[in-house]
Design a protein around this ligand. Structure first.
Ligand SMILES: Nc1ncnc2c1ncn2[C@@H]1O[C@H](COP(=O)(O)OP(=O)(O)OP(=O)(O)O)[C@@H](O)[C@H]1O
Length: 476
């Protein structure tokens, strides 16, 4: 038990809190153990598949425990969504970041200054945690024994071995140095053993005492497939149109009509996300799909805020014309739409972890969903160049390149299960069962044929690369 804070009594009925405040019937597997470990005052590391329900693991203790929980989160959209959901459940939650209006910021600072904040969950960016004003306020709160816990969401960002390293995450060791008695919870969906180790050591968490919950990354309801293509014979658009029209036609069939009518759904009401790697492609692809009568809308960082909000709201509301979001990687994290039926990667994404995070937006309701990635060796060259340009100062280049190469190997692999390869990448020792939920299990022979026939030869691509064919590809 922490000497500085009175922890929740062991007989607190967390099941009751789950039902009353979070309106959920029961815990998912492992949530109860994780929450109990946190309430007991331990440092906790949680690694679990996308859509597992990791946020609840720090939100529920924050409601039960005395004091305030600080949640460090890398993404504003992620913060906003969680704060809105907490407030809707009647929980006093706020966020403090570069977008917080002046009046709100002052209100939150005044709340902290009292030493007895009314706020139960405060979401902050790692940058903010480095600021002297915020740090001084937290010291006041800690002195009053009201600093309950530090939760670090997307904790893999701490490690420079991770694909998404952020310098300011590396400075979070300040929490343990300054408040050695305040427990820390780390949460991530995507870390390999090396990243986990690095996160613990950077935060100065004791590897022996920290309660580790490392669950399988497998999402057995995701059907994983790689589709091969090449510049010379780029059939992505017609291939995708053929697939999506097939899906719509099946939904229009006589047998399905009554079912759709009862659910109040249109045939095209098959929400999906297509990830592209540049804003230009995001615009041109969504326009091309609209020309073909498919309800697709672009979503990227350069769009006006109100356009983005409208697009998101209409997509979430399953409105006609907003069935598919064509997005850059800026989209997705923190978006918790449960009926996303497919995620398509138009080109190879920049990292293995990014690929799996993005694919993980599909099927959050547990129903079967489709994830496919169009892979070409030319794109691999392009993306390698983009990473090199991103890391001009040399930072993190090797780790990011390793992650991309691992993803390329995954794409070119034709002799094992996709789910097994993903588990292996994340260091999961058990081999998952796959019920025909990947292209290899569905038809290994066909996969091999598609691989042999679909790609440009390595020699040809490297000759083109030397000629500079793939240079100048960027997402600025
Ligand atoms: N015990 C539960 N019962 C029902 N729903 C739950 C439970 N726990 C969490 N959820 C719901 O599951 C969804 C996913 O939770 P959450 O956003 O925390 O996922 P996550 O593990 O952080 O995933 P990701 O890494 O993909 O963001 C949310 O809608 C959440 O409300």
């Amino acid at each position: 038990m922490s000497p500085s804070l009175q922890r929740a009594h062991s007989c607190t009925d967390i099941g009751f809190t789950l039902r009353k405040q979070f309106h959920k019937e029961e815990f998912r597997p492992h949530q109860r153990e994780i929450i109990e470990a946190a309430l007991g005052g331990s440092d906790v590391f949680v690694q679990a598949a996308t859509s597992f329900g990791k946020s609840l693991c720090f939100q529920l203790p924050a409601v039960v425990d005395h004091g305030i929980t600080i949640v460090v989160s890398p993404l504003l959209s992620l913060m906003m969504n969680q704060v809105e959901a907490m407030r809707a459940a009647g929980i006093n939650a706020s966020s403090l970041n570069s977008n917080t209006p002046y009046a709100d910021r002052e209100r939150i600072h005044r709340d902290l200054e009292t030493g007895h904040p009314k706020t139960r969950l405060l979401y902050v960016t790692p940058e903010l945690c480095s600021g002297p004003r915020f740090r001084e306020r937290l010291k006041v709160v800690h002195k009053q024994r009201e600093l309950a816990r530090i939760a670090i969401d997307e904790a893999h960002c701490i490690s420079e071995w991770g694909h998404d390293f952020r310098k300011d995450f590396g400075r979070l060791s300040w929490f343990r140095d300054t408040f050695p008695d305040v427990p820390i919870m780390c949460v991530t969906a995507t870390a390999n053993p090396q990243v986990r180790q690095h996160v613990l050591s950077t935060l100065r968490l004791d590897g022996e005492k920290t309660k580790m919950f490392v669950m399988s990354p497998q999402r057995s309801n995701l059907h994983l497939e790689v589709r091969y293509t090449r510049d010379e014979d780029d059939g992505r658009l017609s291939d995708f149109l053929c697939w999506i029209r097939g899906v719509y036609d099946r939904r229009r069939s006589h047998e399905r009509q009554a079912e759709l009518r009862q659910a109040g759904e249109r045939a095209e009401n098959v929400p999906g996300i297509i990830y592209t790697i540049t804003r230009d492609e995001c615009e041109s692809l969504s326009a091309a799909l609209r020309e073909e009568g498919v309800g697709a809308r672009p979503f990227h960082a350069k769009l006006a805020k109100d356009v983005k909000e409208e697009t998101l709201a209409r997509w979430i509301g399953n409105e006609a014309g907003y069935d598919i979001i064509v997005a850059t990687t800026a989209f997705g994290m923190g978006i918790d739409k449960d009926n996303v039926r497919f995620v398509v990667h138009w080109r190879i994404p920049k990292s293995f972890e990014g690929y799996y995070q993005e694919a993980g937006r599909a099927g959050r309701d547990g129903n079967a969903s489709y994830c496919f990635l169009y892979y070409s060796r030319e794109d691999l060259e392009r993306v390698t160049r983009m990473i090199r340009a991103d890391c001009k100062d040399g930072s993190n280049f090797e780790a990011r390149l390793r992650s991309l190469q691992a993803l390329a190997l995954y794409c070119e692999n034709t002799d094992s299960c996709r789910h097994a390869e993903i588990c292996k990448y994340f260091g999961e020792p058990t081999v998952p069962t796959c019920d025909f939920a990947c292209d290899w299990h569905k038809d290994a022979r066909d996969l091999e044929l598609r691989f042999l026939q679909g790609l440009a030869s390595e020699d040809w691509v490297s000759t083109q690369a030397l000629r500079g064919t793939y240079d100048g590809y960027d997402d600025s």
